[in-house]
Design a protein around this ligand. Structure first.
Ligand code: ATP
Ligand code: ZN
Length: 301
């Protein structure tokens, strides 16, 4: 397919090619209205309906691509973005972190061998810590006032203690199963992470500014909609105040008459927070009935 737009008009977005962030990143872009077909080389997905190219790369390359302006936007874990920002030093502008995206949640944490000498950061003076995140680890040790050697490790960090290379590790954890399987106890959290939207630190060229703003607004809209629910219920007029107070994050609800009923009305409201079973049970107690909670697909203010 020959692109209909000039290169300078096309927005470039970098996402992870194959890994834990890939499916969620592509799904987010699709919910923003991009019709994507993966190119045959699998390195580029061209949007059919907008001048947008999605570059599929290793996650570690994403902050660099965005910082240099090769890509306008990128989706990557905060762990990778922060590590690279620290490695960059203060004189270079890092990519702008525009917003968190609520997926890819994990934490960078210290972990100590069950039968080891060190059980907490305070025990690490003079010992070694293996990590694929040497800068974040160094900052954490520094802040704890501990002088330990950092052993940079590129993969399978959890094996480092067993290989006699370190007395502790600093690695990504989500469930903790890998740590447990390697006889490691999770210790201090060094960084809480999730996927984030990064943008080039330089102002975008005029040719792409409007489209970039539109995409950012749509991403905000998708994120807002995910949390937002539409609730419908019936309630006695007398209970309306109590019910309105129970609806989480809602502004003025719509009240409608119910045919053939003097006392009961229908209440419709947009709630900007999740609605848990407990909320529905409390609403019922307050007199509500026939409750329906619906997902919101799109939002535009
Ligand atoms: P690539 O080939 O792109 O370099 P990778 O092996 O570095 O891939 P993945 O394992 O796919 O990366 O993880 C990508 C990101 O997913 C991590 O940087 C982190 O932000 C997030 N993540 C969420 N949960 C976990 C977890 N349990 N372990 C590792 N990363 C996780
Ligand atoms: Zn990687």
């Amino acid at each position: 397919m020959t692109p209909k737009w000039k290169r300078s008009e096309r927005v470039q977005i970098a996402v992870q090619k194959s890994g834990r962030l890939t499916d969620h990143s592509i799904a987010l872009l699709k919910r923003c209205g991009l019709r994507l077909t993966r190119g045959t080389d699998q390195l580029l997905a061209v949007a059919e309906n907008m001048p947008v190219d999605v570059l599929l790369v290793r996650d570690d390359e994403i902050p660099g691509l965005v910082r240099e302006g090769a890509c306008d936007l990128g989706i990557v874990g905060l762990n990778v973005a922060e590590e690279q920002r620290l490695a960059l030093g203060p004189e270079k502008a890092p990519p702008k972190a525009l917003r968190n995206l609520d997926f890819g949640g994990c934490r960078l944490a210290m972990a100590y061998p069950k039968d080891g000498a060190a059980k907490a950061v305070a025990d690490l003076d003079g010992l070694r810590v293996a990590s694929s995140y040497p800068k974040l680890t160094a900052r954490f040790l520094d802040q704890a006032g501990v002088k330990a050697e950092i052993v940079p490790f590129s993969g399978a960090v959890e094996l480092a203690p067993r290989l006699g290379r370190a007395e502790a590790i600093c690695d990504l954890v989500s469930s903790g199963k890998t740590l447990a399987a390697n006889q490691l106890d999770e210790g201090e959290t060094v960084l809480k992470s999730q996927a984030a939207l990064l943008a080039c630190p330089a102002e975008p060229p005029a040719a792409r500014r409007e489209l970039l703003e539109l995409l950012k607004r749509r991403i905000d809209g998708v994120m807002q909609a995910r949390e937002t629910k539409y609730i419908m219920l019936h309630a006695p007029r007398g209970a309306l105040r109590a019910i309105a107070e129970l609806l989480p994050g809602s502004e003025s609800p719509t009240i409608m008459a119910l045919e053939g009923s003097e006392d009961r009305v229908a209440v419709h409201a947009v709630c900007r927070e999740s609605i848990f079973w407990e909320t529905l049970e409390a609403l019922k107690e307050a007199g509500a009935s026939s409750m329906l909670v619906l997902p919101v697909e799109k939002m535009l203010e």
